[in-house]
Design a protein around this ligand. Structure first.
Ligand code: NI
Length: 170
């Protein structure tokens, strides 16, 4: 496994629509493992392949609480097949928009169909933090960042702060 560098917004790969994987073979399974390791190293709760420069429909999430056993979920070609009419507001952040947070409104519950690390088709029904995280990561596969839900003013303010930070740490 390997920890990979994470792209920071604005980066063109983050705005692309990612391509489905043909199947979860050894190559994709390795990508999933690398993404899990990269997510843990960055202390994130989710990561999408475009964030490490791979425009493929692969995400990993793990929303376990401190003190609980890690519970990574690896998903290829994830698709939201149902979402609740009821919505909730959650404060979101993103490893590609470091140290910036904002409230985003999304459906409270979703059902997601995907291929697991053994290429088995699966469905997961999620609510709360896991539902938010899955929707946020699937957005990445469509070139959407959480800041895209904010007003233009707020989005530009956040992206400017990120650029300034990046320059300061370069
Ligand atoms: Ni993100």
């Amino acid at each position: 496994m390997a920890v990979l560098p994470i792209l920071v917004a604005p980066h063109p790969v983050l705005k692309q629509k990612a391509k489905p994987v043909a199947a979860v073979d050894a190559r994709v399974a390795k990508l999933m493992d690398d993404m899990v390791e990269t997510m843990y190293a960055a202390k994130g709760i989710g990561l999408a392949a475009p964030q490490i420069g791979r425009s493929e429909r692969v995400i990993v999430v793990d929303v376990h609480e401190k003190g609980e056993t890690p519970n990574p979920i690896r998903l290829a070609n994830p698709e939201i097949v149902w979402s609740s009419e009821e919505k909730g507001i959650c404060e979101e952040g993103c490893l590609s928009v470091p140290e910036q947070y904002a409230e985003v409104t999304r459906p409270l519950s979703v059902r997601v169909r995907y291929l697991d690390e053994k290429n088995e088709p699966r469905e997961i029904e999620a609510d709360g933090m896991l539902a938010t995280c899955l929707q946020h990561e699937i957005d990445h596969l469509n070139g959407v960042l959480f800041v895209d839900y904010l007003s233009l003013l707020k989005r530009n303010m956040i992206l400017r702060k990120v650029q300034k930070q990046q320059k300061a740490s370069a």
